[in-house]
Design a binder for this molecule. Structure first.
Ligand code: AMP
Ligand code: MG
Length: 491
């Protein structure tokens, strides 16, 4: 039933990874399995055997053909560089070729102590596993590139965190797990040959369109292309109010997917300074800082790749600097694209940026819920019947009243009918997002053995753009006593 592996990463030079066999667990139970994803990956579900699946997804048994490795990487964490991080609690079983012909990594997260574990136990508690499951799948359904969740298994063992917690293993699927930090691992060791091998692997796997670029420009083009995908990704995060929480370079994917769902969360009322992560005391990774941090991460990537840009170091620095400086424009374009679409605008006008910023300011002053504001604007696009419900989302509505008039004047210059605009807006502005208090409630129940709230939330989040009668409560932001202000790191 397991698809055939197409091993790639474990075929790279030996110092790219450490062979590692998952450590067995006491009493595995399969608690979630993503059938749709499994089918895409080429699993034969007619032969689905839960017992067998549980053995595989807990790491107790290796699927046929797997050659498991822990990947080496480095990274800047909150600005400080660690030359050796690596998979401390994850193991790459191998790649499979999915039904679209794409290579996909299959990784177990929480599979035991690896040569990269340092002081850690190599394990994952149930809460963070389910949190990643819910949020990564929700991101995917909203059209935002993200790693996926294939399965979750409880281990029957306890892991020690602030308190003992049930242990779990997540099966994560990614286009690859290559990170900015993977380049830094070799760059910081001055291993230019490894940097080139890694870059060639990345081009073949994620940016094949660059393989014909003349060699002297190819790697700079790669940097620019990675930056483009990341700019588009972060623009999409901004468009749904997503705060990653730990945008370290080891959590920045070369393929441009959202990866490592630790203390991430969706903003409720709009405040650009919002931070959720309990470990981000300085607000480094606040909502509004995400594009700035991304550019910083791209500069670190450029440093690691430097020897590939030019034999002359000074010239290499100049060329890299020019590309990294171009990030601001790449990001602005991507962000304007996302925000125009959210507001029902297809045509481009110079004043659009000011219009978007004026809405942000009205939301900030009015302390309005980010998600519901855009959703309700879809109703307002149809006509004035929706206005009262929109205004009700704002504690002070002078700003939004004035803005609505501006926006309507702008919409009038669009070629589409009001109904078309409204329909398009409702198709891209979610009504349901993984609200932090709901996620936390589902995780607490699961820790007590009740998986029903997790299942309900999973079902709801599978259809974020559709009204789901009877489930209105899940559209609402947290009441003051439900609000979760801090999210603890998923380790
Ligand atoms: P993260 O904060 O999840 O991005 O992880 C940062 C680094 O810490 C990576 O090298 C992880 O493999 C490692 N790490 C995180 N949690 C654990 C753990 N429980 N045991 C061993 N290593 C860990
Ligand atoms: Mg990480």
């Amino acid at each position: 039933m397991f698809p055939t592996f197409t091993l790639r990463y474990s075929r790279l030079p030996a110092h790219f990874f450490e062979p590692f066999t998952p450590v067995t667990v006491e009493q595995p139970t399969l608690i979630a399995f993503n059938q749709t994803l499994a089918e895409t990956l080429g699993f034969d579900l007619t032969a689905f055997d839960e017992q067998q699946a549980t053995e595989w997804f807990s790491g107790n048994e290796l699927p046929p053909g797997a050659e498991p490795v822990a990947q080496a990487y480095a990274g800047h964490q909150f600005g400080g560089f660690s030359p050796r991080l690596g998979d401390g609690r994850a193991v790459l079983l191998g790649e499979v070729t999915d039904r679209h012909g794409q290579l996909r990594d299959i990784q177990l997260k929480g599979a035991g102590r690896t040569p990269f574990s340092r002081g850690g136990d190599g394990r994952a508690p149930l809460g963070p596993v389910l949190r990643e499951y819910l949020i990564s799948e929700a991101m995917h359904v909203m059209g935002i590139p993200a790693t996926r969740a294939l399965a979750a298994v409880t281990t029957g063992e306890r892991v020690m965190r602030r308190m003992p917690e049930p242990g779990a293993v997540l099966t994560r699927v990614a286009s690859s797990h290559i990170r900015v930090g993977t380049f830094q691992y070799f760059g910081s060791r001055h291993d230019a040959e490894a940097v080139r091998v890694l870059a060639d692997h990345v081009i073949e796997r994620h940016y094949p369109e660059l393989s014909d670029t003349p060699e002297q420009d190819r790697y700079l083009a790669l940097l620019k292309a990675i930056q483009q995908r990341q700019a588009e990704l972060v623009a999409r995060w901004m468009g749904v109010g997503f705060i990653h929480g730990v945008m370290n370079t080891d959590n920045t994917s070369i393929a441009g997917e959202t990866i490592d769902f630790g203390p991430c969360a969706f903003m409720e009322r709009y405040d650009p300074k919002t931070v959720f992560s309990s470990i981000d005391t300085g607000g480094r990774y606040a909502y509004v800082n995400q594009p700035v941090i991304l550019q910083w991460n791209m500069a670190r990537l450029a440093e690691a790749m430097l020897p590939l840009f030019d034999a002359d170091e000074q010239r290499a620095i100049e060329r890299a600097t020019e590309v990294v400086q171009g990030f601001s424009e790449q990001y602005l374009d991507a962000w304007l694209g996302v925000m125009r679409e959210k507001l029902g605008l297809v045509q481009e006008e110079d004043s659009d940026q000011a219009l978007i910023e004026a809405l942000q300011e009205a939301m900030r002053v009015g302390r309005a819920d980010f998600t519901l504001t855009f959703r309700q604007l879809g109703e307002c696009a149809r006509g004035e019947d929706g206005d009262a419900a929109l205004l009700a989302l704002f504690e002070q509505d002078a700003g939004i009243r004035a803005w609505l008039e501006q926006w309507r004047a702008r919409l009038a210059r669009e070629a589409r009918s009001a109904d078309e605009i409204a329909r398009h807006m409702q198709a891209i502005n979610p009504l349901y997002i993984p609200r932090n208090h709901q996620v936390e409630q589902a995780l607490s129940a699961a820790a007590e053995g009740d998986f029903a709230p997790f299942e309900t939330l999973r079902e709801i989040l599978a259809h974020p753009f559709e009204e789901q009668p009877g489930r209105e409560a899940w559209t609402l932001s947290a009441s003051p006593d439900e609000a979760v202000f801090r999210t603890f790191c998923g380790t």
